[in-house]
Write a protein that binds this ligand. Structure first.
Ligand code: ADP
Ligand code: MG
Length: 320
């Protein structure tokens, strides 16, 4: 088990990590979700041993790693840009760490073949790096790290540099790969879908602090603070909405699935704009002065008066 306790990192006057504590359990995947600049890469570098924190500890199975250099931690870090070696083919990349460690011959070949099979790229060993799609390059980078049998996998924005249109499918592939791996995983991402698709628990990071850590469902249903709700794409409103009023100083976090256009809906609304989002239309509506997204079966004209239903279970009270 990985234990991070009270880790703080300062760069001059920037506090990149502020008293960060969490664990990654055996076979668990934890995703740190935060916007750009929130401290995610710094956290991975501290865990990997590439950056010494100003205070706090990183421990493995209860032993402090402060004196253990990166290459002896047996943690496998996959960089955001994958950092593949362009002059080596796929098998050369995947076997790189093993060759450096002195392995060769049929041992090396079978370890490489096994690592490629784990990421669904069997038979592509002779492929040149420049001939790979972005998704394949990501999997080669993962296989190269898995081949070294790390005891912890560290992934920096695993799908972040890939085409957004492909990301959802690739996230499902990566989730399947990670689920089949007995290796505990710490990944960091700015993408809520990616965090939810991959993680057993999500740690939400805001300006260097972990502000919420729980299962994806619990974080989604009870974001607890306005910052977490906003990061998840909920509409945060400080006043009343659809007959609900937050307590003093609190706000309402309205999930994107809370409001639906419906002919017999109990609330009047005005259409602001319509956008087609795959299986359905998302219509921005004004309900009593509050603008929220609403699901609709068809396009609606701007200015049109409509009725909406509001699912109160999809609205949570959040504190600042
Ligand atoms: P993320 O990966 O979430 O985008 P980073 O960990 O890269 O965030 O950065 C966190 C904060 O620390 C940012 O404000 C960034 O500008 C700052 N920072 C990161 N690395 C350095 C560095 N080597 N020197 C100075 N500031 C840094
Ligand atoms: Mg980063």
């Amino acid at each position: 088990m990985l234990s991070v306790r009270g880790v703080t990192v300062r760069y001059d006057d920037v506090v990149a990590l502020d008293d960060v504590s969490f664990d990654v359990g055996p076979e668990e995947t934890v995703a740190v979700l935060g916007s750009s600049g929130s401290g995610k890469t710094t956290l991975l570098r501290v865990v990997a041993g590439l950056h010494v924190p100003d205070s706090g500890t990183v421990a493995w199975e209860g032993s402090d790693l402060a004196a253990v250099p990166p290459h002896l931690r047996r943690f496998g870090l996959v960089f955001q840009d994958f950092a593949l070696f362009p002059h080596l083919d796929v098998a050369g990349n995947v076997g790189f760490g093993l060759r450096v460690a002195g392995m060769g011959g049929s041992d090396l070949a079978s370890r490489v073949a096994h690592a490629l099979q784990r990421v669904g790229l069997s038979g592509l060993g002779a492929r040149r790096i420049e001939e790979l799609s972005g998704g394949q390059a990501q999997r080669v980078a993962l296989a190269r790290t898995l081949a070294t049998t790390p005891r912890l996998l560290l992934l920096d924005e695993p799908l972040g540099s890939l085409d957004p249109a492909l990301r959802r499918g690739l996230a499902a592939d990566l989730a399947a790969t990670l689920a089949a791996e007995p290796v505990p995983t710490l990944l960091v991402t700015h993408d809520t879908d990616e965090a939810f698709a991959l993680a057993d628990r999500v740690a939400v990071m805001d300006r260097g602090r972990i502000v919420r850590i729980d299962t994806p469902e619990a974080v989604w249903q009870q974001p607890e603070t306005a910052a977490v709700a906003a990061l998840l794409g909920h509409s945060v409103v400080s006043g009343s909405f659809a007959g609900m009023t937050p307590g003093p100083g609190s706000s309402l976090a309205i999930r994107p699935d809370a409001v639906h256009l419906s002919p017999d809906g109990e609330h009047e609304a005005t259409v602001i704009a319509s956008a087609f989002r795959g299986p359905e239309w998302v219509v921005t509506v004004d309900v009593g002065g509050v603008r929220v997204p609403a699901a609709a079966a068809a396009h609606r004209r701007s200015g049109e008066r409509v009725q909406v239903t509001v699912d109160r279970r999809a609205i949570a009270e959040v504190t600042p």
